[in-house]
Write a protein that binds this ligand. Structure first.
Ligand SMILES: [Zn+2]
Length: 221
């Protein structure tokens, strides 16, 4: 069964998470940096309104899907356990968007391509991954290009796919800060999103923009 890493190439919509009073469960998180924190209850969001996209990311890197896609996934027996309706950070009213928070986690990659590592926590080594980009030149009309990503796994056990069509990676994008210090604020790095072939097909048929799917690589030997 094929699995695909999903990258959002569009403009982020709205913001979410730590800054807006979202509660996090830190029981499985790194004691030093907080990577691995999980949203408890519902993700709180700001500025997520009238967004004409079925799948997008907020400025804080959380994945949201539309009510349409929620219905589409439900109808097609797509397994998503971590799909919870988001709430407005002030009014706490539920909004017609769902937080795609995969609760099945892949093992650590054997090798990665197209990522750079910076500012990584030396205790867990799970955060600090960034997309490798070739910076463009706006004046010359050359866009910044995100390098292709290859996540390589060995002996990947597919049995967890019986439980979910959405997975998260062991590796996390960006930096984490569990205890604010000086100018830093509390922030937990987000994992990469990985989807099954079924989820990918439904997303493509259902209408998406600015999404890139890259197959995970199963290493031989
Ligand atoms: Zn850590």
């Amino acid at each position: 069964m094929d699995l695909f890493l999903v990258t959002y190439l569009g403009e982020p919509k709205g913001s979410s998470g730590e800054e807006y009073g979202t509660p996090y469960d830190l029981s499985a998180a790194c004691a030093i940096c907080g990577t691995g924190a999980r949203v408890e209850h519902a993700l709180k969001v700001k500025g997520v309104k009238n967004i004409k996209r079925n799948v997008f990311q907020t400025l804080d890197g959380d994945w949201l899907i539309s009510e349409n896609f929620y219905q589409l996934f439900s109808k097609n027996n797509v397994l998503v356990h971590g799909l919870k309706q988001v709430v407005h950070y002030k009014s706490r009213h539920q909004l017609p968007y769902y937080h795609l928070d995969a609760d099945q986690c892949l093992p650590k990659c054997k090798e990665t391509k197209g990522l750079v590592v910076e500012g990584q926590c030396q205790t867990c080594k799970r955060n600090g991954f960034f997309n490798d980009v070739i910076i463009g030149d706006l004046d010359k009309g050359i866009p910044t290009k995100i390098q292709p990503i290859e996540l390589g796994y060995k002996n990947l056990n597919h049995s967890f796919l019986n439980e979910s069509d959405f997975l998260c990676t062991w590796e996390h994008l960006g930096l984490s800060c569990r205890k604010p210090d000086g100018n830093s604020v509390v922030r937990y790095a987000r994992p990469f999103l990985v989807v099954s072939d079924l989820a990918r097909t439904l997303m493509e048929e259902g209408g998406i923009e600015d999404l890139k799917f890259e197959p995970l690589v199963i290493l031989g030997g």
